[in-house]
Design a protein around this ligand. Sequence first.
Ligand code: SF4
Length: 56
Amino acid sequence: MAYIISDECISCGACVEECPTNSISEGSAHYEINPDTCIDCGACAETCPNAAISQQ
Ligand code: SF4
């Protein structure tokens, strides 16, 4: 299952450059992960300063 970004996201953008498949982009309310290209590596989750990224 892909990782998801919750409402805890403060849109800092720290996770974006960590993603090896460029699956993270700025959404309407906060950053979002494309579930079709996410390979479940977890790199983004470790980077988030607000623990907003978790596995579904
Ligand atoms: Fe990208 Fe890995 Fe995070 Fe998926 S888990 S969005 S592939 S950094």
